[in-house]
Design a protein around this ligand. Sequence first.
Ligand code: NAP
Length: 472
Amino acid sequence: MTKNSSNIMALSPNTSNKRETVCIFGTGDFGRALGLKMIQSGYPVVFGSRSTQTSSLIPKDAEVLSHAEAAQKAAIIIIALQRQHYNFLIPLAEVLHGKVLVDVSNNLKINQYPESNAEYLSQLLPGARVVKAFNTVSAWALQSGTLDASRQVFVCGDDMEAKQMVMDIVRAVGLTPLDKGSLLAAQEIENYPLQLFPMWKFPIFLSLGLTAFFFFYCLALDVIYPYVYQNKDFSFFIVISIPNRICPILALILLALVYLPGVLAAIIQLYRGTKYRRFPDWLDKWMLCRKQLGLVALAFASVHVLYTLVIPIRSYVRWRISSHTISQALNNKTEPLNTTNAWLSDSYVALGILGFFFFFLLGITSLPSVSNNVNWREFRFVQSKLGYLTLILCTAHTLVYGGKWFLNLSLYKWYLPHAYMLSLIVPCIVLVIKFVLIFPCLDKPLTQIRQGWERNPKYSEQSNYIINKSAV
Ligand code: NAP
């Protein structure tokens, strides 16, 4: 052999690495999108279709055959059909025997059928090796190069070898397989794409309710009251002043609500003297959506920052400053600097800036890419210790903002407290309870309880005890 020919041999593709043919039943949106992706990844693809005529929509390197002919050409068959058409596969049972059938189907409703589509397929064709995969990836995501969407593909199946073969394809098309175990997990996987922000519902509805309440509260005190008693039209407050009052109020209340379930859980554990009993359902659910509550709170805090930045360019604010200056000039009188007020104003702004900084830090550490890079102790330090520091700073920011308003009863319109005072109720409750829980007489038994100690071990003998997640 010449030197040249040996070089050519070295550069030529390794024929043993040639990918195996994959068959796809169905030339619909999903079948075509996945087929094209596979062809691009080096897989020969053959479609099984009711019509063997190729159309311009079908990837040009793919073959289109009848279902039986196509199935004979591949060991893996992607069933890109709707579940209601699975019956037509029964006459093909013989040719599908021993083949790996990949169920990619989704339903229209959560738990629409008693069994998952993959289990149903397995019941229809007991001789086939059914694997559930790809259902969480959309045809659009496959077409757009999987850059704009989730890259995770949940895979489950009872046959380990079949599952491995499917996971190899998932990797080859540039996605990330996530083994979810046996076919029993299929129902859960089929429900994933149908869930609509499950953990966000409570925080969003709560913030909508609170926003509506505080909007009408501020409207009554800041717009309707001056109109009724002073005949002044402050309706323009609806655009910036009232939203800029509601945003910090909600940010503070929601941040406090992130930490309230933790202290409530601590009280329950101290009272029961064990961690081996379930928390009430509402508390469990509340603890599960603390991250979402915190992120909604951060969103409100960020909007508050933006609204605050535009204060100096507001026409009303400029009018107030200039009319104050003009009235001083007309009266030939200047006011000396009030150092106490200057201190209060600077402290209020400084506390707000620091509070927002730590709030922002909390938000960043809750991102999966960041939290994956810190260990459990570091995560707890940030979310618990820095979280409480943020709550203290934001509460102090609001307290200093109010200054002496608390004491001046003449400022209470319609005998109602100013909205910011209402926002302090939950944070103050959380901080006071947390402060009390720090005392060694409570902190020591609580720590022991969280390490498994029980005051009354009879609970551990009860059959239905469940280990609670220890509250952060
Ligand atoms: P589709 O566009 O409606 O295509 C389904 C294909 O099934 C048709 O193109 C047809 O292919 C075949 N078919 C229709 N009626 C049939 C019948 N009576 N008997 C046998 N075959 C029949 O649906 P799709 O959007 O491609 O979705 C296919 C599967 O993928 C569904 O189970 C869906 O839940 C799942 N999925 C879809 C997406 C998505 O983004 N579209 C994402 C994840 C999962 P032939 O004309 O070639 O026979």
